[in-house]
Design a protein. Sequence first.
Length: 309
Amino acid sequence: MLKLGSHVSMKGDDMLLGSVEEALHYGANAFMVYTGAPQNTKRKPIDRLRIDEAHARLQEAGIAKADVVIHAPYIINLANADEKKRAFAVEFLIEEVKRSDAIGAKDIVLHPGNHLQDSLEKAVERIAQSLDEVLAATRGQSVRIALETMSGKGTEVGRRFEELAAIIAKTRQADRLSVCFDTCHVHDAGYDVKDDFSGVMREFDRVIGRERLAVFHVNDSKNPRGANKDRHENVGRGHIGFEALASIVHDEDYEDIPKILETPYVTADANAKKRVFPPYKEEIAMLKERRFDPAFLDRIRKNPSRRKG
């Protein structure tokens, strides 16, 4: 069965229950949340996340808890050479894994880190060591840490499949590591997702292993292949294109993998900077039907009912 959804919010008094309702409003049967703002470490206690009510709503809607994906905040950098900053990142990720386990998620997506002024090799060592600390502290929990494929922007680790494979090889508890495949990132890193997705996946299987694939982030790209920029674009409006993304979403070899949209919000005015409307209801419908509507962004701008929830 096709598992397709988007990033949704988790905030206010509704918390995870609100996340479920937002996903259902978009026509999704999978979704991804941050447990708080991705730019900071402020989090509510687990007992205030309304998990039991959210689980009841998921069951009513026929959505498995395992198809709820958690994303760790961007500020976690397990590659940091600063021991105090890295120790803080480790401690916070431990708590995020515990929150993910309480929510019932199968995977928490993590950007591996940035090596900053140090070497890639040392960064890989530090990431693997940090992951071992996190996994040891959460032993007995089933949540996997899904290392995300990265675009190669700045000093990101994870631009090549080999970099993720090296981290996995150096981690003592590799059975609890998985991978999140971001279409925009992989395209921006230089892989030919648009015209040779099957070849890219053969390479992924050879280097990392198909069994580790846990999540797809389905994003178009504002940049040509190999740009190393990481700028997401709405489905069908970028350099990957609708047909390629729809083919990935409907690929029977990966139908059991949740596919999550992280495409840009649509502004009411093309020149405005404020995000107004989420595009996910329209994009999910187009991908399900494999039918692209080139006017969908204009239609969202003109219809206030497209606001989430």
